[in-house]
Design a protein around this ligand. Sequence first.
Ligand code: SME
Length: 365
Amino acid sequence: MNNDTQKNIIACLGDSITYGHGVSATRTKDAWTFVLQRMLGDRAEVLNFGINGASASEGCPESYRRTGLLDRALRSGAGTFILMLGSNDTKDRIWNAQGYKMGLRGIISDILRLQRDGSDLPKLFLMLPPAMFALEDGQTAYGVRADLLVNEVIPIINRLAQDYCLPVIDLYSVTKDHPEYYLEGVHPNAAGNLAIAKAVRAATEDWLKTTSEKTMTDYKTLISSVKAVTAECPNLISNLANVSALIWEYMDDLNWAGFYLMENGKLILGPFQGKVACTEIEIGSGVCGTAVATGKTQLVPNVHEFSGHIACDSASNSEIVVPIRKDGKIFGVLDIDSPTLERFTEEDKDHLEELVRILQTTLFG
Ligand code: SME
């Protein structure tokens, strides 16, 4: 037994849906465990113990226990477990309601046995498998059966969750109206994996306390520091340099923070913190150029889904860009990047717009 289980090490146990078979070519980017990792950033470590073909039922060659991954997950130091097995069990060759129930019960008790007296670790989340869709010929790929999933597997998981007082993450509801989330009706594609990662994140948020707690910025202090620092100094570049340093200091989980300024109809790199960045951005291009073209703040939860995003630093996953005005015209932008997906919230947007308003007043009167 591992004595050092950590809440923020998350072990994901399951079959090919957890492994990421539907996105095998881009698995470490698109499989839901990897997306979840990017959503949680350095606040958690997400371990993928998914393996193609695995079933919960013990008597068959594909039994999860036989793969050795259960033992590895139990020894991984994880204090949070997410378990999803059942899709493969619905194959005619494997299906046996009693065998499925006993197999799943065995895995659940092995995980809960890691619990030490008085500890609330590990926490185990049971996941209802995603829906399955038949192909054009009316068959479901791999011989899995949607009727058994709905009428047997899901009720058994719900029942076990009740017996053991475990939370359930319902991927069935998340996916049942979305055949477009799939590669071939069984394995989720990138969009399906993203939807799963979001559901897992939402369901585990309270337990992991990975919401705003750590990324909550002390905007009151940040903004009063911006006022104090810029009030003394008449030089634009010095002020912007110091403001980027303050943002860098007060905001967690960033990989770039700084300014682009309008010059001859283009955005030109200004003072910043972070890695070397592109020096010119055309209006209308990228997130920054779009902020100028629309005159509106761009809050981008996932830069990879923003068409035309300019990747200066490949570590960036989310971004916020606020336009800066002088005499009613766009003067430049404040651009902030994070390696964590969905790092910036509406609250961040409100506060950063306030910061920019204050900056405009100090800089331009
Ligand atoms: N990502 C930006 C380019 C600037 S870097 O993030 C510093 C964009 O798409 O406009």
